[in-house]
Design a protein around this ligand. Structure first.
Ligand code: FAD
Length: 360
């Protein structure tokens, strides 16, 4: 009888979709010794490339249930993966802390209750008279912003992360194919995935990481998975006010649900929207900058210097994300409508366990 290790080395795993979820699964599985192939027709135009990279784990206010468990595991796994990936890019890092702010008194009271009840030294309330809050209020020309700081949460540069994963996958000689899968079927104990060019790719395991399109490949497989598109837009805004220096603000923060990342003295990124469509809404500046009752003058006069979007998939009728073993060597990881970057290591760990069990 072959050992588990021999089984791994001989097993072929085929990953459909090379966003963060596909790439992270490829990373974890090739580290385990599997032969991994990954396919995607347009790997640069997915939602992962649009992500702001905020890792909002520890500041999540519900401390039980699946969502919290997934986050908790991710917070533990990320530092280990960062150390590992730094061998391929020593600048890759999680920029901490992360700050969550609100102008709503009731929401602030909830944050206060959460912080006091959790008694976690990495979470702290930012009082109105703290220097940080004073700077933020001054920059946003208001008096009403307050919130909390999480020293365990932060931001990873999503583009740099994806490029680092590419470097790793190349180094590991992971087979990277450009193409679109249009059909999958099982025949003689093997999966056969057919590309649009009518090529057949055989494998022992198939992992569907192709977001919204995953269900299109499941017409011959019984399931009740429903997904809907949720488009997210982000903008880079340039400001023209010499009295304002955006670099005095924290490196990443969130005000009333909008994420803000100052990138220079006079430029910042703001994101993102939730649009239930596949076409981006026009004139997004108004909507995305509408996170305060009264905008600061520099923001009213700001100019959009860049904008981009990504279409995510949201499960319909069940919670996000969908990570299911459909049996017979078919696994689906989709519906990462939010937090796909944060949750990628937890997803890949779960997939690895399912596959180990399949071969044992
Ligand atoms: C503006 C914006 C900001 C965001 N900010 C954050 C953030 O701060 N933090 C965070 O954690 N998350 C954030 N997200 C969410 C995050 O981007 C997603 O959760 C994550 O990217 C989902 O990854 P994925 O791999 O499932 O999907 P995708 O990145 O969309 O990848 C799916 C891939 O499958 C491929 N594919 C589709 N069909 C096929 C087929 N038939 N054959 C082969 N390949 C196929 C596609 O080409 C695509 O490359 C943000 C998203 C947006 C849009």
């Amino acid at each position: 009888m072959k050992s588990l290790k021999e089984n791994f080395q001989e097993a072929n795993i085929f990953i459909i979709g090379s966003g963060i979820i596909g790439k992270f699964n490829a990373l974890e599985l090739s580290e385990l010794g599997f032969q991994v192939t990954i396919i995607d027709p347009t790997q640069l135009q997915n939602s992962s490339n649009a992500a702001l990279g905020l890792l909002m784990g520890n500041m999540y206010q519900k401390r039980r249930g699946r969502s919290w468990d997934l986050r908790k595991q991710s917070i533990e796994l990320w530092p280990q993966w960062i150390t590992f990936l730094q061998k391929f890019n020593n600048e890759l890092n999680i920029e901490k802390p992360l700050i969550q702010l609100t102008t709503n008194e009731e929401k602030f009271k909830k944050l206060e209750k959460f912080v006091y009840e959790n008694n976690d030294p990495t979470l702290q309330i930012l009082e109105r008279d703290s220097i940080l809050i004073k700077n933020i209020n001054k920059a946003f020309q208001t008096k009403n912003i307050q919130g909390m700081i999480s020293f365990k949460d932060g931001r990873i540069n999503a583009l740099s992360l994806l490029q680092t994963l590419d470097k790793y996958l190349k180094h590991k000689k992971v087979n990277y194919l450009k193409g679109e899968i249009i059909k999958i079927r099982k025949s003689n104990n093997q999966w056969i995935c057919t590309t649009r060019n009518n090529e057949n790719i055989k494998s022992d395991i198939v992992i569907l990481c192709n977001s919204l399109k995953a269900v299109d490949l499941m017409d011959q497989i019984p399931h009740n998975i429903k997904l809907k598109p949720v488009l997210g837009q982000a903008i880079e805004v340039g400001i023209n006010d010499s009295k304002v220096d955006l670099l005095v603000l924290p490196k990443q923060f969130n005000i009333n649900g909008k994420n803000i990342i100052p990138i220079s003295k006079n430029k910042l990124i703001i994101g993102s929207t939730d649009e239930y469509s596949t076409k981006p809404e026009e004139n997004i500046f108004e909507k995305i900058t509408n996170f305060l009752d009264k905008k600061p003058t520099w923001l009213i006069e700001g100019q959009v210097t860049k904008k981009w979007f990504g279409v995510r998939s949201r499960p319909d009728g069940e919670p996000s994300p969908i990570m299911k073993n459909l049996g017979d060597g078919l696994i689906i990881c989709t519906g990462f409508y939010k937090n796909g970057i944060l949750l990628a290591p937890t997803c890949s760990k779960w997939v690895a366990n399912e596959i180990k069990n399949y071969f044992s």
